[in-house]
Design a protein around this ligand. Structure first.
Ligand SMILES: Cc1cc2nc3c(=O)[nH]c(=O)nc-3n(C[C@H](O)[C@H](O)[C@H](O)COP(=O)(O)OP(=O)(O)OC[C@H]3O[C@@H](n4cnc5c(N)ncnc54)[C@H](O)[C@@H]3O)c2cc1C
Length: 377
C-alpha cells in the first residue's frame, strides 16, 4: 500500500520504519525545515527499547542506563526504591535516559533519502472509499491508500477526525533543563524522584556528563509566565534537601524550558475510514510516567503487525489496531494524569516492603502498561 505519514517525530519515524519493513511505500511529511536537534532527555523504558530493538534501532553509545529509581521526601528520606535493572533483566532490554535528538537521529538513520520530506506542513485532508488526499501549506497535495497522523500535541489530523477542544490542560506544568551539572548522580545509573508540598523534582543522568532535571509545579494556562522563573524555582524548592539546592544553584535561565501538561480522553476508535493516529495525536498525556514516547513506539509496532500483510479491508484493520491498543493506552493515560507531587508514598512503606517486593510490584505494573505481545513470558 501507499501510506502517508504526517509528522517526523518519534511516532512518525517509527511508523515509517515498521511499514517500510512490511513492504509498504511510505512518505513522511514534516512541517519543520529539518530534523529537530533540540529538546531535553526522555526515559526510554524496557518496552520502548524492545520496540526499538525490533526496528533495528540501537541506543548503544548514547544516553545513560537507568538501573534504579529512588523516591525521596523533600527532606531527603527514602520513600521507596525500585530496582529497574532487575525489571530490565525480565524484559531483556535496559531502561535508558536519552536526549531526544539522539533518539530522532537513531530512528532516522538508514531511512532512504526522500522518505521524509521537511518543510511540508499539512493543512487539511479528505478521504473517499479509495484513498486519502492531503494538502500542504505550500498548496501542493499528496494521495495515498492510508494516512497515519503522527503530528503530536496540536495534530491537524486529530482535528480533522475529532474537531476542536479534545485536548485539555491539566493542573501541572514542568520547568526542565538538560545541562552539564555534576551532583554525584550525573555519572551513575540512579534516577531520583523527590516529592513534597511544593511540587516534584526529578533528576536523572542522560549521558555525556548531562543531567536531566525538572520541577513539576501547579499550573493553569491562565497563569502569567514568571518574569524570573529560575529565581521563582529557587524560592520554592531551594530549601529542599541536597542535591536540589545544588542543581538550582548550577542551573541557568538559558537551560529552562516550560511545558504545561495536557491530556486527552483516549477514544476506543480514534481514527476513521482510512485515517488513523499514533502517539501524542491520539493520546497526549502528562510526562508523569515517562511513557508518552514509549507508548508511541508501541503504537507503531502494533500498527506494523496489523498491516504486515496487504490483505483485508484497510479501514477495518486500522480499527482493529486501535481496539488492540485501547486498553493499554487508556490505562497509562489515566495513571499519568496523577502527578507524582500527589503520590506521596509514606517513607514507612519503603521500610515495610523489601526492595525485592517493590521491584516485583514494578514488574507487574510495567506488564499492565505494555502491549501483550511485548510482555516477557
Ligand atoms: C516535558 C516532557 C517530558 C517528557 N518525558 C518523556 C519521557 O521521559 N519518556 C517518554 O516516553 N515520553 C516523554 N514525554 C512525551 C513524549 O515527548 C511524547 O509522547 C512523544 O514525543 C510523542 O511522539 P509523537 O511522534 O506523537 O509527537 P512528537 O514527537 O511531538 O512529533 C510530532 C511531529 O509532527 C510534526 N507536525 C506537527 N504538526 C504538523 C503538521 N501540520 N504537518 C506536518 N508535521 C507536523 C511536529 O513538527 C513534530 O515533528 C515527555 C513530554 C514532555 C512534554
Amino acid at each position: 500500500m501507499e501510506i502517508i505519514v504526517i509528522g517526523a517525530g518519534v511516532g512518525g519515524l517509527a511508523v515509517a520504519r515498521v511499514l517500510l519493513a512490511a513492504g509498504h511505500r511510505v512518505r513522511v511529511f514534516e512541517q519543520a525545515p529539518a530534523r529537530r536537534t533540540g529538546g531535553k532527555a526522555l526515559l526510554v523504558w524496557s518496552n520502548g527499547n524492545a520496540v526499538l530493538n525490533d526496528l533495528g534501532v540501537s541506543l548503544d553509545g548514547v544516553g545513560s542506563r537507568i538501573d534504579r529509581i529512588d523516591a525521596l521526601t523533600s527532606d531527603g528520606r527514602l520513600r521507596t526504591s525500585m530496582n529497574i535493572a532487575h525489571a530490565a533483566g525480565r524484559y531483556g532490554f535496559e531502561t535508558k535516559a536519552i536526549p531526544r535528538r539522539h533518539l530522532l537521529e537513531r530512528l532516522a538513520d538508514g531511512l532512504q533519502d526522500g522518505i521524509v520530506r521537511y518543510g511540508m506542513a499539512c493543512r487539511s485532508l479528505s478521504q473517499d472509499d479509495r484513498g486519502v488526499t492531503v494538502t500542504f501549506d505550500d498548496g501542493s497535495a499528496a494521495r495515498g491508500d492510508l494516512l497515519v497522523g503522527a503530528d503530536g500535541h496540536h495534530s491537524v489530523v486529530r482535528r480533522h477526525l475529532w474537531g476542536d477542544g479534545a485536548v485539555q490542560p491539566t493542573t501541572f506544568g514542568t520547568w526542565q533543563g538538560l545541562s552539564p551539572i555534576d551532583i554525584g548522580i550525573t555519572d551513575t545509573t540512579r534516577h531520583l524522584m523527590i516529592t513534597g508540598r511544593e511540587g516534584a523534582c526529578g533528576l536523572m543522568p542522560a549521558g555525556d556528563g548531562l543531567l536531566q532535571w525538572w520541577f513539576d509545579v501547579r499550573w493553569s494556562p491562565a497563569d502569567p509566565r514568571p518574569a524570573a522563573p529560575l529565581a521563582e524555582l529557587r524560592r520554592r524548592f531551594g530549601h529542599w534537601a541536597s542535591p536540589v539546592p545544588e542543581v538550582l544553584a548550577a542551573a541557568t535561565e538559558d537551560d529552562l524550558e516550560f511545558f504545561g501538561h495536557h491530556w486527552v480522553r483516549v477514544r476506543q476508535a480514534w481514527g476513521r475510514g482510512r485515517v488513523t493516529l499514533v502517539g501524542d495525536a491520539a493520546h497526549i498525556m502528562p510526562p508523569t510516567l515517562g511513557q508518552g514516547a514509549n507508548q508511541t513506539l508501541e503504537d507503531a509496532w502494533v500498527l506494523g503487525r496489523e498491516l504486515a500483510t496487504g490483505d483485508g479491508d484497510p479501514a477495518a484493520r486500522l480499527r482493529a489496531n486501535e481496539k488492540a491498543r485501547y486498553p493499554h493506552i487508556s490505562l497509562v493515560s489515566r495513571l499519568a494524569r496523577r502527578n507524582p507531587a500527589n503520590w506521596r508514598i509514606p517513607p514507612l512503606i519503603g521500610r515495610l516492603f523489601p526492595e525485592t517486593s517493590q521491584t516485583a510490584m514494578l514488574a507487574r505494573f510495567s506488564n499492565r502498561l505494555t502491549a501483550p505481545a511485548l510482555q516477557p513470558l
